[in-house]
Design a protein around this ligand. Structure first.
Ligand SMILES: NC(=O)c1ccc[n+]([C@@H]2O[C@H](COP(=O)([O-])OP(=O)(O)OC[C@H]3O[C@@H](n4cnc5c(N)ncnc54)[C@H](OP(=O)(O)O)[C@@H]3O)[C@@H](O)[C@H]2O)c1
Length: 188
């Protein structure tokens, strides 16, 4: 069965961006490995992607995707991407971006129907992933922990999920990054 996976980089104190939505701290960290953090293995199984408005706006802002859609394809190939927002956001020409809002469950059904055999990548942010977990639609977490402490920022996953539901399946270490892969069990 295809899985719903939250793959993200984070700090030691559990943030995925600083309080200004910057990822400078992530790009400063050394990345030397050929397959840093299991990216090739992970992305090979992914079909649909989903992200929140802030993450989408970060991508647009930092990679100039609207004027250069090829940059999107260089990162994500032809995977369809669902973007949650209450606002009207700019599409990326020729890229399959679908803007949605509200309950995550019908969106999950749509993503599953689009590519039934592929994993779904929850890109972030943390609360959107929490909404998927609230709906019982989060199976795995892939964390690339960096040797960074920020003290404040965008939270990794602002929910209470204890070890009754979280099982550490694998730990990997490459350069300065510690990768944790966790299984998330359904709520009782
Ligand atoms: N470290 C990493 O690898 C990594 C990975 C992913 C993201 N990030 C960064 O982390 C930060 C995450 O930002 P964030 O915490 O603000 O989360 P986000 O999920 O990117 O954006 C939150 C916004 O998404 C919209 N949204 C969420 N759920 C919705 C729903 N059910 N219906 C309609 N709209 C909904 C709302 O936008 P509106 O109401 O404003 O439209 C909400 O304010 C970003 O800076 C991003 O670049 C880092």
């Amino acid at each position: 069965m295809a899985r719903v996976q939250y793959f993200t980089a984070c700090t030691l104190d559990g943030f995925i961006a600083d309080e200004h939505d910057s990822l400078d701290w992530l790009f400063e960290a050394p990345h030397h490995g050929e397959d840093d953090g299991g990216w090739d293995e992970f992305i090979g199984g992914v079909g649909p992607m989903v992200m929140g408005a802030t993450t989408y706006e970060w991508v647009l802002r930092n990679h100039d995707m609207v004027t250069n859609p090829q940059q999107w394809r260089d990162f994500y190939a032809d995977r369809p991407c669902w973007v949650f927002s209450h606002r009207e956001l700019p599409p990326i020409p020729t890229v399959d971006i679908r803007f949605v809002s509200g309950d995550v469950r019908p969106v999950y059904d749509e993503m599953r129907a689009a590519l039934p055999d592929k994993n779904i990548w929850l890109v972030g942010g943390g609360d959107l992933v929490g909404q998927f977990d609230d709906a019982g639609r989060l199976d795995e977490i892939w964390l690339g922990m960096q040797p960074v402490v920020l003290g404040a920022g965008a939270p990794l996953l602002p929910r209470r999920i204890t070890s009754k539901r979280l099982t550490l399946r694998e730990v990997r270490h490459s350069d300065q990054q510690l990768q944790l892969i966790l299984d998330v069990a359904p709520r009782d």
